[in-house]
Design a protein around this ligand. Structure first.
Ligand code: ACO
Length: 427
C-alpha cells in the first residue's frame, strides 16, 4: 500500500487505500466505497476496474509486453513447450526436467474420455458448429467425473485441472471428426500433447499417421501464444462462474461460451473470412475505407485490442510462424500477402495510428491454421483448447484467494420507478 486516493461525495471527503502490485498501474481499493458513501461506481466493460489480484500473467499494453509468471511470451514461444508453459502457469515456476516429464506423464494418462461421452456427440447435428459441441460436451464432463467436482478439496481440484487440460484435445478432435463423419481416434500416449492432438484430428484408423515435426512445433507454439491472457472476457467469465462455487467443468463451459464471440476468440475465424472476402491486395483500400466509416459496422478483424495499444507481441511470433509452416508444408497462400499488405496499409493510415489499432494475435493465426488443414469453424476450438490452461490456472488461483467473494456487480437502474399493476382488461 503506498498512498490514499481522496474522493469527495456530496461535500464529504473519503480516503481510499491505493494498492501496488509488483509492476503495472496501482489500484484504488474501493471495496468500502458503497458502505461509506451510499454510491456505486460505474464501469461497464471493466475498462478501469481490477476484479482480482493475480500472480499469473502481466500485460503492458502500451509497450506490447506479455509475461507469464515473469517470462516474456517471445522467449516462451521460442524456447519452451506448451506442457512446460502449462506447468509454469499452474505451479508458478518452470519445471525441472523430472518435474516436466512427471507432468507430461500425468497429463497423458488423462487423455482418454469416458466411453459414454462418445454417444453424447451423436445427439448433435452433423453440421453443428464445433464450438457448440465443445460447450455442451465440456459442460457434460461434470456428469462423468463426479469424483473431481468438490472445489474445496485441493486433490480433486488438481485432478480436475489435469483432466481438463488432457481431455480438451481429445474432445476438440472428436468435435472435428464428428463434423466430417470420420471415426473418433483414441489418443496415442507415445506422442507429445500436440502431436497426439494432430493425429486424433487428421489421422484415420485405416492407416498410420505421421506427425510432421514442423507442424507439431508450430501448433505447440500457437498453443503457447493462447495459453493465458490475464483477465480477458472468457477468463473473467470462468472466474465469475467459479465464484459461486460452480464445479470446474461447468466453469470451463462458461468460458468456452464467452470465447466463442467474434469480439474475442471468434475473431481468428472472422479475420480469415475477412481476408478471403478482400481476396487480392488491390481491394484493401475499399475495406480500410469501410473500417473507418462511422456508418458502417464493419471492423478490420484481427485489429485492435482492449489492452494492447501497440503491436500485440503474440502477432509478431505468429507472423514468423506463418513462414515456417508455409516452408514446411510447401504452400504459399496468397492470403498471407494480402494480410501483410493490409497490415502495412493500416499501420500507415492516420485512423489506425491515432486509435492505436495494431494487428492482434488473431490476424495471422487463421492463415497458419488454414494451411495446416483446419476448417475455419475449428479455429476458436483450438483457442479454447490452449486457453483451458489459463482458465484452469486462474480458476485455481481464485478458489485459493482469501479475498475471493461471489462476483456480484452493481447497476445504475434507469427503468420505471414503482407503479401499480393494472389488470389486463383495464389496459
Ligand atoms: N477496425 C476499425 N475500427 C476499430 C477497430 C477495428 N478492428 N477496433 C476498434 N476500432 C475503433 C472503434 O470504432 C472505436 O472508434 P471511436 O473511438 O471513434 O468510437 C475505437 O477504435 C475504440 O474501439 P472500442 O471498440 O471502443 O475498443 P475496445 O477496447 O472496446 O475493443 C476490440 C477492442 C473489441 C478488440 C476491438 O478492437 C475490435 O472489435 N476488434 C476487432 C475484433 C478482434 O480482432 N478481436 C480480437 C481481440 S484479441 C482476442 O480476443 C484474442
Amino acid at each position: 500500500m503506498t498512498d490514499a486516493a481522496k474522493v469527495s461525495v456530496d461535500g464529504k471527503d473519503f480516503d481510499y487505500p491505493v494498492m501496488s502490485g509488483t509492476v503495472g498501474p496501482d489500484v484504488v481499493d474501493i471495496r468500502k466505497f458503497y458502505a461509506q458513501t451510499g454510491d456505486f461506481t460505474y464501469d461497464p466493460g471493466f475498462t478501469s476496474t481490477a476484479s482480482c489480484q493475480s500472480k499469473l500473467t502481466y500485460i503492458d499494453g502500451d509497450e506490447g509486453v506479455l509475461l507469464h509468471r515473469g517470462y516474456p511470451i517471445g522467449e516462451l514461444a521460442e524456447q519452451s513447450s506448451f506442457m512446460e508453459v502449462a506447468y509454469l502457469l499452474l505451479n508458478g515456476e518452470l519445471p525441472a526436467a523430472d518435474e516436466l516429464s512427471q507432468f507430461e506423464h500425468t497429463i497423458s494418462r488423462h487423455t482418454m474420455v469416458h466411453e459414454q461421452l462418445a454417444t453424447f456427440f451423436r445427439g448433435f447435428r452433423r453440421d453443428a458448429h464445433p464450438m457448440a459441441i465443445l460447450c455442451g460436451v465440456v459442460g457434460a464432463l461434470s456428469a462423468f467425473y463426479h469424483d473431481s467436482t468438490d472445489i474445496h478439496d485441493p486433490v480433486q481440484r488438481t485432478i480436475a485441472s489435469h483432466r481438463l487440460i488432457a481431455k480438451m484435445p481429445t474432445i476438440a478432435a472428436m468435435a472435428y471428426k464428428y463434423s466430417v463423419g470420420q471415426p473418433f481416434l483414441y489418443p496415442d500416449n507415445s506422442l507429445s500433447y500436440t502431436g497426439n492432438f494432430l493425429r486424433m484430428t487428421f489421422g484415420v484408423p485405416a492407416e498410420p499417421y505421421e506427425v510432421n515435426p514442423a507442424v507439431e512445433k508450430a501448433m505447440d507454439r500457437i498453443f503457447i501464444l493462447h495459453a493465458d491472457h490475464e483477465q480477458n472476457a472468457s477468463t473473467s467469465t470462468v472466474r465469475l462462474a467459479g465464484s459461486s462455487g460452480a464445479n470446474p467443468f461447468a466453469c470451463m463451459a462458461a468460458g468456452i461460451a464467452c470465447l466463442w464471440g467474434p469480439a474475442h476468440g471468434g475473431a481468428n475465424e472472422a479475420a480469415l473470412n475477412m481476408l478471403r472476402e478482400i481476396g487480392t491486395p488491390d481491394r484493401i483500400p475499399e475495406f480500410i475505407a469501410r473500417a473507418k466509416d462511422k456508418n458502417d459496422p464493419f471492423r478490420l478483424m484481427g485489429f485492435g485490442h482492449r489492452v494492447y495499444k501497440n503491436y500485440d507481441p503474440r502477432a509478431t511470433v505468429m507472423q514468423k510462424t506463418v513462414r515456417e509452416v508455409f516452408d514446411a508444408l510447401k504452400v504459399n497462400d496468397p492470403l498471407f500477402d494480402t494480410a501483410l499488405r493490409l497490415e502495412e496499409l493500416a499501420l500507415s493510415d492516420d485512423y489506425f495510428i491515432e486509435k492505436k489499432l495494431f494487428p492482434n494475435v488473431d490476424f495471422y493465426s487463421g492463415v497458419i491454421l488454414s494451411a495446416i488443414g483446419f476448417p475455419t469453424s475449428m479455429f476458436t476450438v483450438l483457442f479454447a483448447l490452449a486457453r483451458t490452461v489459463g482458465w484452469v490456472a486462474q480458476w485455481n488461483e481464485m478458489i485459493t484467494d482469501p479475498d475471493q467473494k461471489i462476483g456480484r456487480p452493481r447497476q445504475l437502474y434507469t427503468g420505471p420507478t414503482q407503479r401499480s399493476y393494472v389488470p389486463v382488461g383495464q389496459r
